[in-house]
Design a protein around this ligand. Structure first.
Ligand code: 5AD
Ligand code: SF4
Length: 436
């Protein structure tokens, strides 16, 4: 199936519920109609937070395939966002010409070059930094509105056959007590998340061969039967056939971070991996119709601003839907335990530039940011981020899933505090009454 061309005129289908949206998307894909899933633009309502993008030329075919079904939906024209009025607010703000020029391009809806992205990341003046984060915050508000999407992750196994140098659960790291949750234990957590009204569960683990295709398919089917929630898998590199089988069983989203697009830095961190293969996996996931999540770490040893700019271009060119950006945080007991934590301000600028360049995407305020800075999530939410992932791993296992040291445990209360602290709105689907 052809990828939708970026220049093509587009329309957006907004459905009556999350499960209707997933059903509509599956029907359209089966009919070979090119689709993409994007956060629902705020002016089109807040019932279903994800909507389906189609080429305008396909709208008649779309009506043919979902028109006669029980799916409720509406189709709207879709335009890429420009930041109109931005320059007016920037007059006399004490920012340099080179910076203003880039903002002018953003206002006109033009794409930025790699050098221009580097220039934004490299901002040295406090004033420019403020303006950059505010522009991203405005872009976020205009596109996805003030509601923060909340998802929940279950870290179901910390066994891993790989030895990524930065990671606290790498195979050779003796620190974590190894655990593997049973399907029943996982389901019990899924039900807790479901009762909170949350729509998406993320199943994350190390690269653990015990959880093979067959076991994962059983798990996916049970979750679908019992809750109909959207499922994100985050279980590393697998074969094309395996990704396909998991998709067919009902998995919707896949989180596989690129970590860095610099081949040398990638190689130096991943003794078991190859950057080209990681990219190939990402391409397969797109091709198979997964909603894809990627991301990088900021402040890796040997990483330059050009590398980070290239990461952002990669996310944009690949059409990644969710982009998790976090600082590198050294983990005890790993080869990088003495390395320095990534710079928080640079991480926030990376979040902001990613919002400005990639526009209609989910940008999480990551756990790594919350771990490196207690205010990290609030700051990210004010710099373009619009998503929070809760950690819903049972208490007795959480301690053992320390990808990096002092990992912050984002629970529902801390997520709500971050949303409120940033002056934002909770999603309507959340069934949580805060009595305190
Ligand atoms: N610092 C920051 N992020 C890390 N991750 C793993 N180890 C670290 C670390 N030391 C992130 C990676 C990985 C995800 C599961 O956790 O981005 O993809
Ligand atoms: Fe394993 Fe993932 Fe950690 Fe690498 S980053 S060691 S693949 S859990």
């Amino acid at each position: 199936m052809d990828k939708m061309k970026t220049s093509e005129e587009k329309q957006i289908i907004v459905c009556g519920s999350n499960s209707q949206m997933l059903k509509a998307e599956a029907l359209l894909r089966r009919a070979q109609i090119s689709t993409d899933l994007v956060p629902t633009p705020s002016h089109l309502g807040s019932i279903c937070s994800t909507s389906i993008l189609i080429g305008k030329n396909d709208s008649a075919a779309v009506e043919d395939h979902i028109g006669g079904t029980d799916i409720s939906y509406r189709i709207y024209d879709y335009q890429t966002k420009k930041l109109s009025g931005l320059m007016k607010t920037l007059m006399n703000q004490g920012v340099r010409q080179s910076f203003l020029k880039i903002m002018e391009k953003l206002e006109a809806g033009e794409e930025l070059s790699k050098d221009e992205i580097v220039r934004l990341l490299d901002t040295q003046s406090e004033r420019e930094e403020e303006v950059l984060l505010a522009a991203a915050d405005r872009m976020r508000r205009e596109i996805v509105g003030d509601r923060v999407e909340i998802r929940a992750a279950i870290e179901f196994s910390n066994y891993c056959k790989k030895n990524c140098h930065y990671c606290g659960i790498r195979k050779s790291c003796a620190t974590p007590k190894r655990y593997r949750m049973t399907a029943d234990e996982i389901l019990a957590q899924v039900h807790e998340i479901h009762q909170l009204g949350i729509k998406t569960v993320i199943l994350q683990s190390g690269e653990d061969d015990y959880y093979n295709t067959e076991r994962l398919i059983d798990l996916i089917r049970r979750i679908k039967q019992e809750t109909a929630m959207a499922i994100t898998l985050s279980i590393g590199e697998r074969s094309y056939e395996e990704y396909r089988a998991l998709k067919r069983a009902g998995a919707n989203n896949y989180l596989l971070k690129i970590e860095t697009t610099n081949p040398k830095v990638f190689k130096s961190l991943h003794p078991d991996d190859d950057l080209k293969e990681r990219m190939e996996c990402t391409r397969w996931l797109k091709e198979l119709g997964y909603v894809t999540a990627s991301g990088n770490m900021v402040g890796l040893p040997g990483q330059s601003l050009e590398d980070i700019a290239q990461d952002i271009i990669f996310f944009k060119e690949m059409g990644i839907h969710m982009i998790g950006i976090g600082p590198f945080v050294p983990a005890k007991g790993t080869p990088l335990e003495q390395a320095e934590t990534g710079n928080i301000d640079l991480t926030l600028r990376t979040v902001a530039v990613t919002r400005l360049v990639c526009k209609n995407v989910y940008l999480p305020a990551t756990t790594a940011l919350a771990s490196a800075d207690p205010e990290g999530q609030v700051k990210a939410l004010k710099a373009g981020a619009n998503t929070i992932m809760l950690i819903s791993t049972p208490l007795k296992y959480r301690e053992s899933y320390q990808l990096y040291s002092n990992k912050n445990m984002i629970n529902i209360q801390s997520a709500i505090d971050a949303v409120k602290g940033a002056g934002r709105l909770l999603p309507k689907y959340l069934k949580w009454r805060n009595e305190q």
